[in-house]
Design a binder for this molecule. Structure first.
Ligand SMILES: Cc1cc2nc3c(=O)[nH]c(=O)nc-3n(C[C@H](O)[C@H](O)[C@H](O)COP(=O)(O)O)c2cc1C
Length: 357
């Protein structure tokens, strides 16, 4: 049996293999509501054999959306549509996960296919963005409002409420989105945090908000369910966040009951020079796994069955998360199993199409 198709148990949840659907914004909601698009998109990837299907960055507050079309979980009415999705994913033998997110200063933009530009608060569908400091992501972008201590408390409350709704909606894994230049990353990266209170300055102060959010989520998220955190393990920038910082952070997250660190990178600096190549972020998953002694997920330019197999077999990560390859081929896990000679079952409805011998 290949390692890629060996099960992994975290707390009470057994993942049937090591392939997860990386969270991907679909920008297909109105007022945060899930639609048929989400059911079919996420559902197909569960049918395709992934063990964990993580729903896209789901906004814990309306102003935390990247675009007005993001999926949301800031009100109880959102749960019904999500329940339909988690039920279907579960019926396919996959585990439904949700990435809880707040886009911070990168919120209030048009969808990529509508040009992706910032929408200023005075424009239709735009709103005032927030951040640790009143510093825009890029020159010419709107200046975010610096969160007050009171607003930080409200943010934590919203995160906790979103975690409770996630449970009611049937999710079995929460991933806290603390990567890609969104709010929690903006706090821990020295590049975007100029605060002088207890949330800025020292390493310990900058990671404080992520730790507090993690504690709040862990407190309401059942003991028997896994909690993941996605980080940007490096800012790819002189003077920015580093792999060593990620190790130190991951140790603290582990102590708070986080089970797996999903190691992405970048997103907090507009023109960072990033050596994009197959598996280019895997070394960070390996570093965090070895030095913080915690399960990790590797993501980024993982597109081949054997490549994925090696990452897990070499002990560089415990899971691989695939994004674009799973858009190209929702059945990647079924195809990968065939390639690796593994007896991964196909859905009975599709069994007659399975190549033999
Ligand atoms: C369409 C699309 C939407 C994405 N949305 C999210 C998201 O909601 N949350 C997130 O953490 N990453 C998001 N990403 C990044 C992916 O999860 C992944 O980290 C990245 O694409 C690298 O993996 P890949 O090379 O397998 O595509 C998105 C990527 C794509 C292509």
């Amino acid at each position: 049996m290949s390692i890629l198709f060996s099960p992994l148990t975290i707390r009470s949840i057994t993942f049937r293999n090591r392939i997860a659907v990386s969270p991907m914004c679909m920008y297909s909601s109105q007022d945060g509501f899930a639609t048929d698009w989400h059911l079919v998109h996420l559902g197909s990837r569960a049918v395709g054999g992934a063990s964990l299907v993580i729903a896209e960055a789901t906004a814990i507050a309306p102003e935390g959306r990247i675009t007005p079309h993001d999926l949301g979980i800031w009100k109880d009415e959102h749960m019904e549509g999500l329940q339909r999705i988690t039920k279907f994913i579960t019926e396919q033998g996959a585990v439904p996960g949700i990435q809880l997110a707040h886009a911070g200063r990168k919120a209030s933009h048009h969808r990529p296919w509508d040009g992706g530009a910032a929408i200023t608060p005075d424009q239709e569908n735009g709103w005032q963005t927030v951040a640790p400091s009143a510093q825009p992501f890029a020159e010419g972008e709107p200046v975010p409002h610096e969160l007050t201590l009171q607003e930080i408390e409200e943010f934590k409350d919203a995160y906790e409420a979103a975690a409770k709704r996630s449970l009611e909606a049937g999710f079995k894994v929460i991933e806290i989105h603390a990567a890609h230049g969104y709010l929690l990353h903006e706090f821990y990266s020295p590049i975007s945090n100029q605060r002088t209170d207890k949330y800025g300055g020292s390493f310990q102060n900058r990671i404080r908000l992520l730790l507090e959010v993690t504690e709040r989520v862990r407190n309401v998220w059942p003991e028997n369910l896994p909690l993941f955190v996605r980080i940007s393990a490096t800012d790819w920038t002189e003077g920015g966040w580093t792999g060593d910082d990620s190790v130190a952070l991951s140790k603290e997250l582990k102590a708070l009951g986080v089970d797996l660190i999903d190691c992405s990178t970048g997103g907090n600096v507009p023109h960072a020079s990033i050596p994009v190549a197959p598996g280019y972020q895997v070394p960070y998953a390996e570093q965090v796994k070895r030095q913080a002694d915690i399960l990790t997920g590797a993501v980024g330019m993982i597109t081949e069955a054997r490549q994925a197999e090696e990452i897990v077999a070499n002990g560089q990560a415990d899971m691989v998360l695939l994004a674009r390859e799973l858009l190209r081929d929702p059945y990647f896990p079924m195809h990968a199993a065939l390639e690796l000679g593994d007896e991964h079952p196909w859905p009975p409805q599709y069994e007659r199409a399975k190549p033999r011998g």
